[in-house]
Ligand binder design. Structure first.
Ligand code: FRU
Length: 481
């Protein structure tokens, strides 16, 4: 049963959805096949789980305005990762231990009960923060009952201690929490439990200012730890890394370490940090294992503190969205991300050209245009020089073959100026792009790199053009989605 306060909060949020439904629907920039909020602000995906044949995606949600605040958990479900149903609101901030936000967390199945772990965020009248790791349960996967606090703040950390991810190893449960130590270093902290209620603090498995890493951010958010292709991967979002050449260009970063966790000593021996995405808007990814054995990642298509108030969609009372679900594979210690194959269900009206040849010119290909489309360029062969794809006069993808550099440029929606993100790439052989009105996800060389970004082109400009200074040949397929 939900408390009276929680039920009232939920009613208020439903009224907000009703009030602004039309306004959100009428926004040209709303997304057609990505998860976005019914109204208000969406941030991290939470509680990803494939449970009894249904994919559950919960998310951080502020229904009452397009900024942050006391977050709810919104909830979508799907049988195929394509057709999503908006479910009842799962959690609302209401109790002494979560009154200022049901912050991010994860989901597990416990003897047939869908069990959520999340951070209860609490602020006192002076703005001082407290943090509690909390539990909520549901038998039907839709109606959740809060069970209160299961972990309080251990010594040695500030109240920036949140985003529990729980999993089972052998016959024990483990929880990893994102943390800030009292020395202001980001850490990933491990707990162990037999019964999900009593948790033993095992300490930080890695973090900044440790044996393995020098200073590495003042806070680590949203950790996720899982096995993949015989190794262990720790995904984490360090805050406060300085930009270095082409790396760490966003306000906050999101990436991973590959290594081995010793569950007895609670030490994670790992290699270097690698960013997950090269684009402008990507943060707080979370993963789930599905019944087909796939490790699927979904992230927030946004970054905290990065031009949040400048998104044009705010005029339509909503902001941000989630990325497409991506399947993860580990090859030679590197994560590859590819869009899940179910997305092919969306394809309509295929147009294809093979051996398109462009030499020192710019070209438009009949039928290769649009705002809600998938584009797949394969067998790209650029002999010297530069190739460029201009998308709706608002973004460009540029590959510079001599410098071995791939660039995504866009017109900033904050100030109209051109801004870019880049990475080194030995060779470019394929570009698989998903455009959804105001979002783009570009999968490079079958997931070797990904660029995720929002962009806001004029509705009537749906032109995509191809240019090469040099000699370029490729095959291309396009679908409307
Ligand atoms: C990451 C984050 C989490 C927190 C949540 C609050 O974007 O700051 O650390 O739990 O968002 O919405």
């Amino acid at each position: 049963m939900k408390s009276e306060t929680e039920r009232e909060k939920i009613e208020q949020a439903y009224r907000e959805i009703e009030k602004y439904r039309d306004k959100v629907e009428k926004d040209y920039y709303r997304l057609q096949y990505h998860l976005m909020p019914p109204v208000g602000l969406m941030n991290d995906p939470n509680g990803l789980i494939h449970w009894n044949g249904v994919y559950h995606v919960f998310y951080q949600w502020m229904p009452f305005h397009t900024g942050h605040g006391a977050k709810f958990w919104g909830h979508y479900t799907s049988c195929d990762l394509i057709h999503w149903k908006q479910e009842k609101i799962a959690l609302a901030p209401s109790e002494w231990y979560d009154k200022d936000g049901c912050y991010s967390g994860s989901a597990i199945d416990h003897d047939g009960v869908l069990t959520l772990f999340y951070t209860g965020n609490v602020k006192d009248e002076h703005g001082n923060r407290q943090t509690y790791q909390c539990m909520a349960v549901s038998k039907n996967g839709i109606d959740f009952e809060k069970k209160g606090v299961v972990v309080t703040l251990p010594d040695g950390y500030t109240a920036h201690f949140r985003d529990p991810k729980v999993w089972k190893k052998g016959d024990k449960w483990y929880m990893i929490v994102g943390a800030q130590s009292e020395s202001l270093d980001g850490k990933a902290v491990l707990f162990r439990s037999q019964n999900l209620r009593d948790w033993e603090h095992l300490g930080p498995i890695t973090g900044g200012n440790s044996r393995q890493l020098g200073k590495f951010g003042y806070m680590w958010e949203c950790p996720d730890l899982f096995e993949l292709d015989g190794q262990e991967v720790l995904i984490v979002c360090p805050q406060g890394l300085e930009a270095e050449a082409m790396r760490y260009q966003n306000v906050h970063q999101s990436g991973y370490f590959v290594g081995r966790l010793d569950y007895e000593t609670a030490q994670f021996l790992h290699g270097p940090f690698a960013e997950l995405d090269r684009g402008f808007e990507f943060y707080a990814p979370q993963t789930m294992l599905d019944a087909k054995g796939r490790r699927i990642l979904i992230a927030w298509m946004g970054v905290p503190d990065q031009d949040e108030d400048k998104h044009p969609t705010i005029a339509h009372r909503w902001v941000h969205a989630l990325t497409l679900p991506r399947e993860l594979k580990l090859k030679d210690g590197k994560l590859y991300q590819t869009p899940v194959e179910e997305l092919q269900m969306l394809r309509k009206d295929k147009i294809a050209y093979s051996n398109v040849t462009i030499a020192n010119e710019e070209m438009i290909l009949e039928g290769i245009s649009g705002d809600v489309i998938e584009l797949n360029l394969e067998n790209i062969c650029l002999s010297g020089g530069i190739m460029e794809i201009a998308i709706r006069n608002t973004a460009r993808i540029i590959y510079h073959s001599d410098e071995r550099m791939l660039t995504l440029e866009r017109k900033s929606f904050a100030n109209g100026l051109t801004e870019k993100r880049q990475c080194r790439l030995e060779r470019l052989h394929s570009l698989h792009m998903f455009l959804d009105t105001s979002s783009m996800e570009v999968f490079v060389n079958k997931g070797e790199e990904v660029f995720t970004a929002r962009f806001f082109p004029y509705k009537h400009n749906q032109t995509i053009s191809f240019a090469a200074n040099g000699h370029l040949v490729f095959d291309i397929q396009k679908w409307s989605l």
